[in-house]
Design a protein around this ligand. Structure first.
Ligand SMILES: CC(C)(COP(=O)(O)OP(=O)(O)OC[C@H]1O[C@@H](n2cnc3c(N)ncnc32)[C@H](O)[C@@H]1OP(=O)(O)O)[C@@H](O)C(=O)NCCC(=O)NCCS
Length: 159
């Protein structure tokens, strides 16, 4: 099957909103108390036929590039790796000093995935998810593998 990787455009906003609702329980993402909405973001989408099989969204500001979401709908086939590589390329091309992201304390798979791809843990924001939940009640109390969902963990790659 042929797949194509392309940059997100403003025309993708409605679909991105729907994608986030399905994957992340709402049309906004809250990270370190900051609220991110689809219309503020850049990113890349990997399509197979007309289906989105991978999506990475980015927020670039002050020479820093933040990954605000990463989703692979066909795990274990290299999609996540491809999207991270593309984002590193983009961050470098835009003269960013670092590429960073937040994941949560329950997401052991993502913690492993990122560290294997060169990210290092830089900060743990204890209780940050509990704070975000006040604004976005759809964030569950119990996360992946039955782990209480509480903290945000920041990882980065220096560029
Ligand atoms: C984390 C996530 C994005 C990874 O995406 P992915 O597409 O599965 O990532 P990849 O396929 O590139 O890599 C996953 C594993 O598959 C293996 N793999 C990649 N291509 C492969 C292939 N062609 N054949 C066999 N295995 C392969 C990789 O070696 C990798 O294993 P490793 O991490 O032990 O090295 C995905 O699991 C996901 O969407 N999770 C849910 C959302 C989420 O948690 N997002 C991150 C929030 S911060």
């Amino acid at each position: 099957m042929t797949s194509s990787l392309r940059r997100l455009t403003s025309a993708d906003c409605p679909r991105l909103r729907q994608f986030w609702i399905e994957r992340w329980g709402g049309e906004e993402v809250i990270l370190r108390g900051n609220i991110y909405r689809p219309e503020q973001l850049e990113g890349f989408v990997l399509k197979e036929e007309n289906e989105w099989v991978g999506l990475i969204t980015l927020f670039i500001k002050d020479k820093e590039c933040e990954v605000t979401s990463l989703d692979s709908l066909r795990e274990g086939q290299g999609i996540g790796t491809q999207l991270i590589r593309k984002s590193i390329e983009e961050a470098r091309a835009r003269s960013c000093n670092r590429l960073f992201l937040i994941t949560t304390n329950d997401n052991l798979h993502a913690l492993g995935f990122y560290q294997k791809r060169g990210f290092e843990i830089v900060t743990i924001y204890r209780g940050a998810v509990n704070e975000s939940r006040k604004r976005k009640p759809s964030i569950p109390l119990i996360g992946m593998d039955g782990i209480p969902l509480r903290d945000e963990i920041e990882l980065e790659i220096k560029l």
